[in-house]
Design a protein around this ligand. Structure first.
Ligand SMILES: [Ca+2]
Ligand SMILES: [Ca+2]
Ligand SMILES: [Ca+2]
Length: 240
């Protein structure tokens, strides 16, 4: 730590650390609609929206970016580009994220022709590979019927597996699906994570101290200057 840092800690951190931490930033949902994805590109692909990078992979033959009307019609709710299966066999869609999420949803359409009821779709969520939970969904009957598969957890998760769980009884169907419009909500982090890595630690302290006396970065209370008040907020939210 430089002289300024020692001075700052010695002179202001104790009273300022007693300040209440500012409330976490409001969570905002981020939409991945695939419309800017490279057409006809097979997975894996990385897409970044709203500062969140989603890494898409798959089991089996996987998926590729296609027009939503690739079948000659557009499933309800789909538009522009989407992810379309590369084969008629089953294939799990795997998505991992650069941020921890609290909410996930994705629009899907299953390969069915007037089935009643529809297939069961399942999403399973993980945090650093550890199971967080799962949810299932069944669409209304139809031809390539659509529904939204959703999962949420206040504990947070950073990857999901979208899986064709079980087929509809009878009728004409295939164990595959297409998807569009993935919505995710990142877990709000308390003020102080200046480098956006999910931790509030020495790296963030270094950024704040380097900007001491300037407008930022590190102006956590948004009063126009980086000073002891901001240091207090950071220390109050310290995660190590
Ligand atoms: Ca789309
Ligand atoms: Ca950080
Ligand atoms: Ca400030």
């Amino acid at each position: 730590m430089n002289r300024l840092g020692r001075y700052a800690l010695a002179s202001v951190c104790i009273p300022c650390a007693m300040l209440a931490a500012a409330a976490p930033a409001a969570a905002r949902s981020v939409l991945f609609n695939f419309d800017n994805a490279p057409p006809f590109t097979p997975l894996p692909i990385d897409l970044t929206v709203g500062g969140i990078t989603a890494h898409f992979t798959a089991t089996g033959q996987g998926y590729s970016v296609h027009q939503a009307n690739v079948l000659g019609f557009t499933p309800v709710g789909f538009s522009g580009l989407c992810l379309y299966p590369s084969a008629v066999s089953a294939s799990d869609l795997l998505v991992s994220y650069s941020a921890t999420l609290t909410d996930f949803s994705i629009l899907y359409a299953v390969n069915e022709y007037n089935c009643d009821p529809s297939a069961t779709m399942k999403v399973t969520a993980y945090m650093d590979g550890a199971l967080v939970g799962f949810a299932t969904m069944v669409a209304q009957e139809g031809t390539w019927p659509t529904a939204t598969l959703s999962f949420n957890s206040a504990a947070g998760f950073n990857s999901v597996v979208v899986h064709y769980q079980s087929p509809p009884p009878g009728c004409d169907w295939g164990p595959n699906f297409m998807v569009d419009n993935m919505n995710v909500t990142p877990m709000p982090t308390p003020p102080g994570d200046l480098n956006g890595d999910g931790h509030i630690d020495g790296a963030d302290l270094g950024i704040l101290l380097s900007a001491w006396g300037t407008p930022g970065p590190g102006d956590l209370n948004q009063d126009g200057a980086v000073n002891g008040a901001d240091l207090g907020v950071l220390l109050a939210n310290w995660t190590g």
